[in-house]
Design a protein around this ligand. Structure first.
Ligand SMILES: NC(=O)c1ccc[n+]([C@@H]2O[C@H](COP(=O)([O-])OP(=O)(O)OC[C@H]3O[C@@H](n4cnc5c(N)ncnc54)[C@H](OP(=O)(O)O)[C@@H]3O)[C@@H](O)[C@H]2O)c1
Length: 289
């Protein structure tokens, strides 16, 4: 199986691809397992090439690039997204339009399986309990905007494609393996109430989840939350980042205690997912932050 991974030089992609390559070369490999990455900057893919990945250079918004990247591919993991400091138009163009073009081009190329990487932010506002995959999107909440909206539309469009086995993985806040994301979270979590919670997932468990989505049989059209078991509070985010907890945190109201909190019951039951790092504290103790 030749798997194309987009977004391979991003925070998730560059930690996921080596794990996918290890699987493709490991005991459970199937004959012909190979990995191809689509990147915008070839030099930044050197490490992935050294590990055995085929490299295609280009932009996801370019039809010719899609054709080259998909030639001979059996499956796709669409990790790419534009959401870190980009204008809304770019978020829509990459996260929705290019993802859908990639899906259409995948059908034409004879790709059989398509894993779409999405976000738990597509749920929008909280519903007074953990979100499950059948919950419809309710726009709004602290982190709503072009990013979750474009990802939600991409999910819907891809799942509606005929002749393509699409699976969607909705990631919680990703951290670990040297990712600076945990520190960056303070840009917005620094304004949260002391008790507001953030659900996370370690990169190792992102990879575990995506690999399960990629290789499972009978998961056609299924959506899976990929997250750990123990969301942490704003106070803990300060501790984890070695910061003092400002007193004003205590006076703030927790606008939505269920923002981004998801159930992982489905992926546990159907795909056997068990987080290697059930909480960020476990990961901290294991030295893998
Ligand atoms: N990180 C999280 O906490 C989190 C949480 C939930 C969901 N997710 C999802 O996980 C996925 C990866 O996120 P990330 O944190 O790794 O983001 P990231 O670090 O910003 O990486 C995004 C990747 O997409 C690529 N990309 C963006 N625009 C592109 C374009 N026009 N053509 C080709 N490639 C393009 C980037 O290429 P360059 O490397 O060239 O910039 C980069 O490799 C996304 O789908 C995101 O929605 C992430």
């Amino acid at each position: 199986m030749l798997t194309l991974v987009t977004g391979a030089t991003g925070e998730v992609g560059r930690r996921f691809v080596p794990r996918l390559l290890a699987r493709a070369a490991g005991e459970s490999a199937r004959p012909g397992d190979q990995v191809r990455v689509l990147v915008r900057d070839e030099a930044r893919a050197d490490r992935l090439a050294d590990l055995g990945a085929q490299v295609v250079v280009g932009d996801l918004r370019d039809a010719e690039t899609l054709g080259k990247a998909l030639a001979g591919a059996d499956s796709v993991v669409n990790v790419a997204a534009a959401f870190r400091g980009v204008p809304d138009e770019e978020a829509w163009a990459v996260n929705r339009d290019a993802a859908l073009e990639l899906g259409h081009a995948a059908v034409v190329s004879g790709v059989r399986r398509f894993v779409q990487v999405s976000t738990n932010l597509v749920y929008g506002t909280g519903r007074g309990r953990p979100h499950t995959e059948t919950d419809p999107t309710v726009p709004g909440g602290l982190l709503w905007g072009a990013y979750p909206e474009s990802k939600a539309e991409a999910e819907r469009g891809l799942l509606a494609l005929e002749d393509l086995d699409v699976r969607v993985g909705r990631l919680a806040f990703v951290y670990g393996d040297g990712d600076a994301h945990l520190a960056q979270a303070m840009r917005w979590a620094g304004n949260w109430a002391a008790t507001q919670r953030l659900q996370m997932v370690h990169h190792a468990d992102v990879a575990q989840g995506l690999l399960r989505l990629l290789y499972a049989s009978g998961a056609d059209g299924r959506i899976y939350n990929i997250a750990d078991d123990a969301p942490v509070m704003t106070v803990e985010l300060h501790w984890l980042n070695g910061l003092d907890v400002p007193e004003e945190l205590q006076g703030r109201e927790d606008a939505d205690p269920w923002l981004g909190i998801v159930s992982t019951e489905r992926i546990r039951r159907e795909l056997g997912f068990r987080p290697l790092y059930p909480s960020v504290w476990t990961a901290r103790d294991a030295g893998v932050l």
